[in-house]
Design a protein around this ligand. Sequence first.
Ligand code: ATP
Length: 219
Amino acid sequence: MARRSDARRIGVLGGTFDPVHIGHLRGALEVAEYLQFDELRLIPSARPPHRDTPQVSAAQRLAMVELAVADVPPLRVDDRELKRERPSYTIDTLESLRGELAADDQVFLLLGWDAFCGLPSWHRWEELLQHCHMLVLQRPDADSEASEALRNLLAARSVNDPQAIVGVAGQISFIWQTPLAVSATQIRQRLAEGRSVRYLVPDSVLAYIHAHGLYRAPN
Ligand code: ATP
């Protein structure tokens, strides 16, 4: 695909990454390659302390994402949400990111299908498309359904071919990537049961989990 201008193409994948796994990483890498992103930022979200997985801190979630993407350009970590004092909304993150980019840079927010279906509960969700395009990834393990508001949004904003998306923001496209029915919930459960999660997370993340005794069942 020929690139038409100097504008950069930036992907954003937010999540709790508790822990990061191959579903996040393969999806991100495949989309980044397919759409020729200059960078794709994984942005770990802060959580209110009562919603944190016991004994796994935000700093440890961040450390695992850093290990996972080390030396894998164009993937990189953006820790802006963890630097804030309060958990931040995606709209705030996009506004802050936009403030650092050139006016003609394209921003693509990646969302798994389950996350996309939950959009109407997000703060100022109807403004998100002013700042980014949305790329929706299929999740073979998700059985969420889009609400009427989302179906209307899709009717107004969707583009069949993600490579045909134009402009800096405002369009939605579904995107095919190798479907991986992997979730962080499943990984936490396996670890709590003392079972292996090898090959579900990168080896560096596995080593970190074991070195720090993360996700073990309380004694
Ligand atoms: P949990 O099981 O703890 O809810 P998760 O595996 O869904 O976690 P998140 O950190 O909540 O992971 O996900 C961040 C983003 O990545 C969301 O948009 C989510 O839909 C997407 N995602 C997570 N796993 C996959 C997967 N296997 N395939 C495609 N997208 C995924």
